[in-house]
Write a protein that binds this ligand. Structure first.
Ligand code: NAP
Ligand code: HSE
Length: 428
């Protein structure tokens, strides 16, 4: 055991910070056996001490001064759980430069400036770990970097946002309204401080950028990811999906193709018997396809206080063991390729298109010819409902280029026989 134990500072005591604090207390009994040292939380940075003083055993650990943490030579590990880009970036950079290792759950920051921070960690011979930044409690970053390191990763596909999966599950299984389901997900601590990041697919976009960078050894940032959220999905789409034997899920996808990296987040109709279809509520799942291992799937709770704290604490334990064993080394970025990212319009998929059209003879032929003229062939047509004097039409296309479907939809939207193209969802 090290003489002093390992000293930790938390930045933030919200959903995840409180979980990390509780888990540290819960683990005290066996910490010595597990780590060969003890962890001490010496400081917790908050904005308002009064608000948090009943959440900790000793309110003296609470501080509003990051400098108190930075300037304390005893602090070995800084755990950043505030979220956002600033001041998180400045605090993490300063901690690394001061020779302190850092653990964070901040995907916004890692997806945007992770490369820069890893470089600073390497230069200062300290560690920067971020397992909790992707898919909450599921171990996925460490398996990609370690257990699967000898594979050429070809594809990653998954559900990596707990909030949207919770909303879609509630809308599908209980007929709940979108707004009510979002309010529940927020109350349960799954949503981001601004839930726009969840429902517009940005949070999943940041996570798939992080995974793609690690898996393909080539820098992929959030700006490279095509994102589409769930805000336009209605109970009607969910009901049509059911008719087609499918469920709607927000899917994050990264493929390393000969033409470049394809990286996207969007809703998708998944067959009911596909393993991702049964991933419900706040659960996440990530499929990884490697050339040696084949398909592996990681499954578990993707958000929430204790699942996320589990991932954070796994990183803290790893760093603590290395400090205690005097084997602490720098974290390497391992980005050594420069693969271009494919434009979304050059990717392919089948599409579900729901539209309101004129209800008169010849309309279907007009629509079919617009699709045909744009190299889009139709697999299936469903005409079920009437809306006033209009017909509701659902078309499923064959596997086509995104550019062709977008061209066809532009022409359809300006055509006199189409009143509205209500939804376009990709089909697995
Ligand atoms: P949260 O509940 O909003 O907590 C944030 C905490 O940070 C609060 O205690 C807040 O203080 C503190 N804070 C924010 N800005 C600060 C500043 N400038 N100075 C001092 N303290 C500051 O957020 P969370 O859900 O725990 O998420 C934390 C991080 O984990 C985010 O990066 C998030 O994306 C990530 N994450 C969350 C989950 C999840 O399920 N919630 C899962 C995986 C990853 P006050 O309490 O005083 O406002
Ligand atoms: N808001 C995120 C989610 C938290 O819902 O998945 C976990 O990263």
């Amino acid at each position: 055991m090290t003489k002093e134990g390992i000293h930790v500072a938390l930045l933030g005591l919200g959903t995840v910070g409180a979980g990390v604090y509780k888990l540290t207390q819960r683990q005290k009994g066996e910490m010595l056996q597990k780590l060969n040292t003890m962890l001490h939380i010496d400081a917790i940075l908050v904005r308002n001490i009064e608000k948090h003083k009943d959440e900790v055993d000793d309110p003296k650990v609470l501080t509003t001064s990051f400098d108190r943490i930075l300037e304390d030579p005893k602090i070995d590990i800084v755990v950043e759980l505030m979220g956002g880009i600033e001041p998180a970036f400045t605090y993490i950079r300063s901690a690394l430069e001061a020779g302190k290792s850092v653990v964070t759950a901040n995907k916004d920051l890692i997806a945007d400036r992770g490369g820069e921070l890893l470089q600073i960690a390497e230069e200062n011979h300290v560690e920067l770990r971020f397992e909790a930044a992707v898919a909450g409690g599921i171990p996925i970053i460490s398996p990609l970097k370690n257990s699967l390191a000898a594979n050429e990763i070809r594809r990653i596909m998954g559900i990596v946002n707990g909030t949207t999966n919770y909303i879609l599950t509630k809308m599908t299984t209980e007929g709940m309204d979108y707004e009510d389901a979002l309010a529940e997900a927020t109350a349960l601590g799954y949503a981001e401080a601004d839930p726009t990041a969840d429902v517009e697919g940005y949070d999943a976009g940041r996570k798939i950028a992080i995974l793609a960078t690690i898996a393909f050894h080539s820098r992929v940032t959030f700006r490279d990811v095509y994102t589409e959220g769930i805000t336009r999905i209605t109970s009607k789409d969910i009901s049509y999906a059911k008719t087609l034997g499918r469920v709607i899920k927000l899917i994050a996808l990264a493929c390393n193709t000969p033409e470049g990296i394809e990286v996207k987040v969007h809703p998708m109709l998944i067959p009911e018997d596909h393993p991702l279809a049964s991933v419900s509520g706040s659960y996440n799942a990530v499929y990884v396809d490697g050339d040696a291992v084949g398909d592996v799937m990681f499954y578990g709770k993707g958000a929430g206080e204790m699942p996320t704290a589990s991932a954070v604490m796994g990183d803290v334990f790893s760093v603590a063991r290395r400090i205690a064993g005097h084997t602490q080394g720098a974290t390497r970025d391992n980005v050594y390729r420069s693969i271009p990212v494919k434009r979304a319009e050059n990717t392919r998929s089948c599409y579900f298109i729901r539209m309101e059209v004129e209800d008169r003879p010849g309309v279907l032929a007009t629509i079919a010819s617009i699709f045909g003229n744009n190299s889009v062939s139709i697999e299936q047509v469903i005409q079920k409902n009437k809306i006033d004097n209009n017909a509701e039409l659902v078309i499923i296309t064959s596997n086509v280029k995104e550019r062709h479907i977008k061209d066809a939809l532009l022409i359809l939207e300006s055509s006199s026989v189409v009143h509205q193209v209500a939804t376009m969802i990709r089909v697995y």
